[in-house]
Design a protein around this ligand. Sequence first.
Ligand code: ZN
Length: 412
Amino acid sequence: MAGYRELLQQVKSEIDEIAASEARERSDALFLDVREQDEWDEGTVPGAVHVPRGQLESRIEGLVPDRARELVVYCAGGSRSAFAAKSLADLGYENVVSLAGGFTDWKRNGFEVATPQTLSPEQRARYSRHLLIPEVGEGGQQKLLASRVLLIGAGGLGSPAALYLAAAGVGTLGIVDADVVDDSNLQRQIIHSTERIGEAKVLSAKRTIEALNPDVEVKAYEERLTSENVERILGEGWDAIVDGADNFPTRYLVNDASVWHDIPVVHGSIYRFEGQATVFKPREGPCYRCLFPQPPPPELAPSCAEGGVLGVLPGIVGSLQANETLKLLLGIGDTLQGRLLLIDALATSFDEVTVKRDPGCPVCGEHPTITDYIDYVEFCASATPRSAAAPAGRSPAPPPPDGAPGSRGTGA
Ligand SMILES: [Zn+2]
């Protein structure tokens, strides 16, 4: 009976082997990596397809249906790939060679090596409950880690949204807020704490997020969003914007900028016991101005003192915003695009109304009349009844952005 060495010699005599330098010239060939997962993770021939040796026979027909396809099979040193090449020939593949010396020799020649994006053992543990869901999985988790989300406001809505997005492993979170933590914030703004009173909200949020998940990079913008800085901040490139603004000028600025930059906005607003959430995806659905073309004039805004909000309500709405954002990033499920969700915390009821894109919209319509940024004068939000959030967009004034009376920041 032949030993391993004899068997290997026998197999190698029945297949074709090529050197790394020759393999590199075969630009049309498909490189098939038959090594184990941990070897693959360390680096591969660029463009190679991974099929561990143990799964080769069962998976190859699905991966390479064309048996005339030129294949270069490789492993670490050229032995496993020799056996693999023999098996492939037995399966009817006509154009198979084994890479002599394997990936080791490829690297020794100084040829290009690709490092596949994979999760570290720590990340596999951290995100294990995501990896167990087929709709997320490893590919989805990598998408989240590569995603960039801009949060307008580190307040009531921004707190839960930022915390859940950070926990989920969204790799880059930008946060825009000019405020400092105030003791009246702590009733609802759970990303901050008593010891942070007086500290810039963006820095407080950054500290909390970094303690929660070191995978997340926080870009802190300690400034109020204005027509002066909106291009600079949005120009850094974002996959989605979470709008947690507490004032109309910022809301309209975010809307117009997002339409022009083609970035989806996950919208949330809160007032007393009532919340709203929707998704504005430029060109595909309505924008904020399709619903509310203009902010109400300042003189019509009743007293700021009427503002107020149940502390948990932004937790509900901000969490919904995080949910919508994750779906947008992963490309799964049905978002709230075209639907305005109305939340009544007193009744514990969720209603929704259909919202449509308005062809006459001053920003995203067929003949836009607003083509540059407008800095509206800041004013306090009024106690607009919920019915005023008219789905048909005929409401003279939008509902108040949030229940923070007289706040000058962007964090609800
Ligand atoms: Zn519009």
